[in-house]
Design a protein around this ligand. Structure first.
Ligand SMILES: Nc1ncnc2c1ncn2[C@@H]1O[C@H](COP(=O)(O)OP(=O)(O)O)[C@@H](O)[C@H]1O
Ligand SMILES: [Mg+2]
Length: 466
């Protein structure tokens, strides 16, 4: 589609977004597909076509709004027909139309728009909003003029609103086809966006797609391929437990044990649990910074996720017993969940203090869930030789069982579902956050052939057909 006067060129899917005739439209999928630009171009065309029209364009926070939508609009909105005032964040057109930018950081920020009326309300990164915010704000779409009243949104998969957006626009509906909501009669349409549609980006930054390819599998599939179903599943989809690799140490995370050189640094990471399992893992770090989980002590009854109900003293005594035998004379740095320093409300003090009295010492681990999760991804990633930055000795059976089982949280889809058996994962994060590494670049995809005994890497996700 070409608009001669404006010299505005649109991609195929942007043109579909502009000409969509539904009440609620979602332009969703891959990052870099041109969704935000599509919103701005569509708003501009609408403003010019319908004099005195009013549109609201929203992003979750003000800094995001300023750095993306406002900045891009300043780059291409033609000053011959409109002018921007930053004090009220509005583009005013010669024909009387207005495009207003807004944000909705707190839950109650919607109140700002109470009493306002718009012909079109637009959400960029819709999954950053809650469904309540969305339904409240779309109630502002009204007016007596004959112009089409619409809600137009754009988004990548993921974010707090992932589940409701998917339910409202995607699950069970054919992409590119309008469906009518039985309850409200609203016509809804989902237009998938693909990064390869965006010829402008491909020309300007040929390496963009390559950079997306370096992301961990989930993020890659969401951001590069715009897939929505990935967040329904396994978090560490890159996990590999290859029987062949156990000896070669290539393309596997699980290896046969070996004698750890005495000079390697050693760590012990701890997550306390009583009714739920407690978790202790020991790690060694070689001279290249590669980590080895060589032992675990998991307080589980044998029934998954049920704790053995040991006291802090008993756990500490067991740790002492193990370390006095096998690591006598070696220094081990302890790292634990910072919550064990909280008061227990008894004269015995915190769990950390109780364990200190038994001669088991810890430093406070960093409790940053998402940064910790990324560290696990960075460590699990293979380099071109097929070597990861962390290995698990095959005796660490519970870590090997629970880490690949972790699922994404249905309400916060970029984070791990904490109702899963995540105790060993938690202490793994504390350990890794004390030794953070940067992401590594790998050009080589993992080999396509796997041992038939490898059963834990099968992930088949449905794809959209357009
Ligand atoms: N029709 C277009 N003409 C020129 N540049 C475009 C066009 N569509 C997208 N772009 C550019 O491509 C890049 C990615 O587009 P963007 O809208 O930010 O993608 P998304 O919101 O899907 O992640 C941006 O730099 C944007 O300015
Ligand atoms: Mg965008």
């Amino acid at each position: 589609m070409k608009c001669e006067k404006l010299e505005l060129e649109l991609t195929r899917t942007q043109a579909a977004f502009v000409s969509a005739e539904a009440d609620e439209v979602l332009f969703g999928g891959a990052a870099g597909g041109g969704k935000s630009y599509g919103q701005l171009a569509d708003a501009l065309l609408y403003a010019l076509k319908y004099p005195k029209s009013r549109q609201l364009m929203l992003r979750k926070t003000y800094p995001e709004l300023e750095h993306s939508l406002i900045l891009t609009s300043l780059e291409f909105y033609p000053r011959s027909v409109c002018r921007y005032t930053s004090s009220d964040k509005k583009w005013r057109f010669l024909n009387g139309s207005v495009i207003e930018f807004g944000f909705c950081a707190a839950k109650t920020d919607v109140i700002r728009y109470q009493g306002a009326e718009y012909d079109v309300v637009r959400f960029d990164e819709l999954t950053h909003f809650t469904e309540d915010q969305y339904t409240y704000l779309i109630s502002r779409v009204r007016g007596v003029n004959p112009y089409p009243k619409m809600v137009k949104s754009s988004t990548n998969p993921g974010g707090v609103g992932h589940a409701w957006v998917k339910r409202r626009f995607i699950d069970g509906f054919e992409p590119g086809k309008i469906h009518v909501d039985a309850e409200t009669g609203a016509k809804r349409l989902f237009i998938p966006s693909y990064v390869t549609d965006n010829v402008f980006l491909m020309q300007a930054d040929g390496n963009y797609v390559n950079r997306l390819r370096q992301l961990p599998e989930k993020e890659r599939r969401a951001l590069l391929e715009g897939e929505w179903d990935i967040y329904d599943g396994q978090v560490f989809a890159e996990w590999r437990n290859s029987t062949v690799g156990r000896r070669t140490r290539r393309w596997t995370h699980v290896i046969e044990p070996f004698d750890i050189p005495k000079e390697w640094r050693r760590y012990r990471a701890f997550d306390f649990g009583y009714a739920k399992p407690f978790a202790v893992s020991w790690y060694a770090v070689d001279n290249d910074g590669r980590a080895y989980n060589y032992r675990e002590l998991y307080g589980c009854t044998g029934e998954p996720d049920v704790g053995v109900r040991w006291t802090a003293q008993r756990i500490a005594e067991k740790i002492r017993e193990i370390e006095d035998g096998e690591e006598a004379g070696l220094h081990i740095t302890g790292i634990a969940d910072p919550a064990i320093w909280n008061s227990t409300g008894t004269a015995e003090g915190s769990i950390a203090e109780m364990m200190e009295r038994c001669g088991v010492y810890f430093e406070k681990g960093k409790h940053d869930r998402l940064a910790g999760k990324m560290q696990v991804h960075y460590r699990l990633a293979f380099d071109d030789e097929g070597l990861p930055m962390i290995y698990f000795f095959e005796g660490c059976k519970n870590m090997i069982r629970t880490l690949p089982q972790l699922m994404y949280d249905p309400t916060r889809p970029e984070d791990v579902d904490t109702t899963g058996e995540d105790h060993l994962y938690d202490e793994l994060k504390y350990f890794l956050m004390s030794n953070p590494i940067a992401t590594r670049v790998c050009e080589t995809p993992p080999p396509a052939e796997y041992s038939p005994l490898d059963s834990d890497r099968i992930n088949i996700y449905p794809r959209f057909v357009v």
